[in-house]
Design a protein around this ligand. Structure first.
Ligand code: ATP
Ligand code: MG
Length: 406
């Protein structure tokens, strides 16, 4: 069926009172952003619905993208017809045919009339169109409470719009309505999931990634960027900040007792992320820590690491089991990338037996051996910021370049 528009229903934002307009505007611009490859498509974000005028664009491609946009409750592909009963009935018959096949089905007609001048009112349209469809199809029976098929009819000034399907959206809040956060993104499974869950609640994210060349390979960096591309499908483009971490790790390794290497490394990561958070006017730090998963994620470790900042650290996957995190990673299509075996900067400098209960006083004491300010300044001087687009890929290019060298 050639649809004229996708009619989008808002999610939770309808309960947000005064902020409602901000939410609607933001969702409108996020949808435009996500559909940037389709210049013919026009998006109108109205008070109670958002209309995506297709202007001939492929509705399946558009709907595939709308399914990923936070703040959309559900949507219906709709066809516009002339403002007459006959045109409406003719299109309704086509829609029923498409849904029905040989099966029996219960149905109802559900009419909304935003144009109150139109001569047929809501009830009359329901009755007349319902009656007409019953005459045309023996397999149909009316069920107004729990129908298998609902033919929706919207009478507007510019035409009558019909739809027969309602497709679930992803829910959540429009990205950008919940402020900005910095996500500590490793190449692992957990942090992309944490970022996804933060964005679901309306937070726009910038990625902070620590890398340690030559101990970590260009592929490890490319992988983190490609993960960012996956996540950008949910929000439009995302800023990716690469933070050099080699000197810090080498210095810590040569000055701090082995049991405290990891705690001190994590404190340095957090300090640097804090500096970036303040510099870039974000409000919170997100990470992929899950309680009890590894040595650095016990309560004692969290306390010893958290000690360096007063910013909120939000941990969206804190109480999820690894299996639950993996399930989400598969759903959002980051899992296959995350399990590619490139060394992360943490795994390389990980001591064989890190302390699961680091002592805070001792951690502070060992750190006094380091020139914290100097190390931080040199790392921050070396950061690189790039903008990663939805679906952008980096790994294959790297592999190609690598192959050419051989
Ligand atoms: P994942 O790597 O996705 O988190 P993990 O279980 O391997 O899973 P850890 O390596 O213990 O987790 O790291 C805990 C958290 O610290 C990560 O979720 C991430 O937020 C942050 N982190 C770890 N390594 C890096 C890195 N190289 N750059 C940025 N953040 C990192
Ligand atoms: Mg990791």
């Amino acid at each position: 069926m050639q649809y004229s528009e996708i009619m989008v229903r808002y999610g939770e934002l309808s309960t947000k009172g005064k902020n409602r307009q901000t939410f609607i505007d933001r969702l409108g611009s996020n949808v435009r952003n996500v559909l940037h490859e389709f210049p013919e498509v026009k998006v109108h974000a109205n008070r109670d619905r958002l209309h995506v005028d297709l202007n001939g664009a492929n509705s399946d491609e558009i709907m595939k993208r709308l399914k990923l946009v936070f703040g959309i409750q559900n949507f219906s592909p709709s066809v516009q017809v002339e403002r007459t009963f006959e045109a409406t009935a003719e299109m309704a018959v086509k829609m029923v045919q498409e849904q029905l096949g040989d099966a029996k089905m219960t149905f109802k007609v559900n009419t909304r009339r935003s144009d109150h001048e139109f001569e047929i009112d809501t009830n009359e349209m329901n009755m007349r169109l319902g009656g007409y469809l019953l005459e045309q199809f023996d397999q149909l029976a009316v069920d107004v409470h729990n129908p298998e098929l609902t033919i929706r009819v919207e009478i507007r000034n510019n035409g009558i719009f019909l739809s027969s399907e309602t497709i679930q959206g992803i829910g959540g809040l429009p990205v950008g309505t919940g402020g900005k956060g910095m996500l500590m993104l490793s190449g692992g499974i957990d942090s992309p999931v944490a970022g996804f869950l933060g964005m679901k609640r309306g937070v726009s994210m910038e990625m902070v990634h620590f890398f340690s060349p030559p101990y970590t390979s260009p592929q490890a960096l490319a992988k983190a960027k490609e993960l960012t591309g996956k996540m950008a499908r949910y929000s439009g483009s995302i800023k990716f900040i690469e933070v050099p971490f080699t000197e810090i790790q080498e210095t810590i390794k040569s000055s701090v007792p082995e049991g405290y290497l990891m705690t001190v490394q994590r404190r340095m990561m957090l300090r640097l992320t804090q500096a970036l958070t303040i510099q870039r006017h974000a409000m919170a730090i997100f990470n992929g820590e899950s309680l009890g998963q590894v040595a650095s994620q016990t309560m004692e470790s969290m306390m010893a690491i958290n000690d360096v900042t007063t910013l909120p650290i939000l941990r969206p996957v804190v109480s999820l089991d690894k299996n639950e995190i993996i399930k989400i990673a598969k759903d959002i299509d980051t899992y296959e990338l995350s399990i590619l075996p490139f060394e992360d900067c943490c795994t390389i400098f990980a001591p064989p037996s890190p302390k699961t209960r680091p002592n805070l006083e001792r951690t502070r004491l060992y750190e006094q051996r380091l020139d914290i300010d100097g190390l931080m300044q040199r790392s921050l001087d070396g950061i690189k910021i790039s903008e990663v687009k939805a679906g952008e890929e980096f790994l294959n290019q790297e592999a190609d370049a690598f192959a050419e060298l051989l």
